[in-house]
Design a protein around this ligand. Structure first.
Ligand SMILES: Nc1ncnc2c1ncn2[C@@H]1O[C@H](COP(=O)(O)OP(=O)(O)OP(=O)(O)O)[C@@H](O)[C@H]1O
Ligand SMILES: [Mg+2]
Length: 450
């Protein structure tokens, strides 16, 4: 999955949100834990200091401080100087025992830097000082051990947060990919359906989860829709089919009447008109049947490589003169050789319909252009004219069966030419664009190239 689509993916966004929440929780609980631990260790240090102070001071007797001096010295020798510090000074500030010479300090518990009490280095100490007669007893402990422990805890917390970020992003990408694959199935199916392949269905995983349930419902709805569309298609095809034989008989009867009775004058004219009308109805039914047959999609099996340049050459050969006879000018322009996978006969029919529309629905002096160009992975056939154009409100409707603009009602035709163009385009997975040519109509068919 690419980064942009990953950023747009809902599952990834969800996973990322939960990941962020998770990280915030880790950081917040880590912070609280660190704070509590620090307070706990502080209290523990004070208790330990106080215990030591009590034990040492219990050996003090006002008339004999030898015991006190021996005890303090043994404590001082027990612990390295940077961790435990002990000092007994007399009222003049002279050191009587211990491993450092304490300055005059107030009674109680206090935190000092090494330099404050005449020690070298930058350790910080917690001290308890108290009077024993005229002397002052000072016991202290550095924060070094506690700081080292807190540092270890802090590093562990940072690692936990980093792992949480990696797990959140990695898990998010994994989940997003899985969900996206299923959503891609929906997108593909919807694209197929909107391109006219109504038999396309969303692939199911049979995982019996909520997504499968929704997809199954969409598939059922698509099946019903396909059934309806097929039914309608079938009805119009059936009607056209059923009426073909009686229409043919009617036509033959009219011809027979004209021939055998040697009709003359008005009767002959009326019979000819009736014959022409039946021809027109026949053509309409033929076209309706043809559209249904194309929409059924079976002709896709006959697709092969079709040379579009050859089709345009054919159009030029046949229609330049037809346009000239109509006092119109036909120009065909094509740049590079372009082949598509398709049905040649239908593609010819498609371009013919567009060119014939321009010739039929445009007045003399109209310029008609037929162009073929390549646009990335598409071959674009454009038929443009400088005629009266199609109002924007009707541009969608002209592709409907039997739809004609009011002004075209008097020109011959049945309003099926563009429906056939659309059916052929759909069969070839092509897109049709109808635009204003300022003035005139510009219809482009965008076919996927080989
Ligand atoms: N180039 C054009 N310029 C102006 N109007 C057009 C043009 N092409 C199509 N139309 C309008 O769109 C309508 C539908 O076109 P369509 O080709 O489907 O039917 P038709 O040409 O009337 O009949 P048929 O093609 O079945 O003989 C036309 O009746 C016409 O009003
Ligand atoms: Mg037409």
């Amino acid at each position: 999955m690419r980064l942009t689509s990953l950023r747009r993916s809902t599952p990834f966004r969800l996973a990322l949100s939960f990941g962020l929440l998770f990280i915030l929780t880790v950081v917040a609980t880590g912070g609280v834990m660190y704070h509590l631990l620090r307070n706990g260790l502080d209290a523990q240090l004070d208790t330990a200091l106080n215990d030591t102070f009590q034990v040492v001071s219990s050996t003090y007797a006002p008339d004999d401080i030898e015991d006190l001096i021996t005890t303090l010295d043994s404590y001082a020798n027990l612990r390295p100087a940077d961790d435990g510090i002990y000092s007994l000074i007399d009222s003049s500030g002279k050191k009587l025992a211990g491993n450092f010479k304490a300055p005059i300090l107030p009674e109680g518990v206090l935190t000092v830097n090494a330099s404050d009490i005449g020690l070298i280095g930058n350790a910080v100490y917690r001290l308890q000082a108290g009077k024993l007669g005229q002397n002052t007893l000072v016991v202290g402990r550095s924060f070094a051990q506690m700081d080292a422990m807190l540092r270890t805890v802090l590093i562990s917390l940072i690692w936990a947060a980093v792992l949480a970020v990696l797990a959140a992003v990695g898990g998010g990408i994994f989940l997003a990919n899985r969900a996206q694959q299923r959503l891609d199935g929906v997108t593909r199916t919807m694209l197929d359906v909107s391109n006219g392949r109504l038999d396309s269905r969303i692939p199911l995983r049979n995982a019996d989860d909520d997504l499968d349930h929704v997809f199954k419902q969409i598939n059922d709805a698509l099946s019903r829709l396909a059934g309806l569309v097929e039914g309608m298609r079938q009805v119009s095809a059936d009607i056209a089919h059923e009426l073909k034989s009686p229409l043919n008989r009617l036509r033959l009867t009219l011809e027979e009447a004209r021939r055998t009775h040697g009709a003359q004058g008005d009767v002959a004219k009326l019979l000819d008109e009736a014959h022409d009308e039946s021809d027109q109805i026949n053509a309409t039914f033929e076209a309706l049947l043809r559209i249904s047959q194309i929409e059924a999609g079976a002709r896709r099996l006959r697709f092969n490589a079709v040379d579009l340049n050859e089709i345009l050459n054919l159009i030029e050969d046949v229609y330049t003169e037809v346009a000239e006879d109509n006092r119109q000018q036909l120009v065909v322009e094509q740049s590079q050789k372009t082949c598509v996978n398709g049905d040649r006969e239908l593609l010819v029919q498609m371009v013919v319909n567009l060119v014939e529309n321009a010739i039929t629905h445009c007045p003399p002096d109209t310029r008609i252009g037929v162009f073929l160009r390549r646009d990335r992975a598409a071959a674009v056939i454009t038929v443009a004219d400088s005629g009266p154009g199609i109002p924007s409100a009707e541009r969608e409707m002209v592709f409907r069966r039997l739809y004609r603009l009011d002004k075209s009602r008097t020109t011959p035709g049945s309003g099926l030419g563009l429906s056939l163009v659309k059916a052929i385009a759909d069969l070839h997975s092509a897109r049709i664009e109808l635009e204003d040519n300022h003035p005139g109509v510009k219809i482009s068919v965008r076919l996927p190239v080989l």
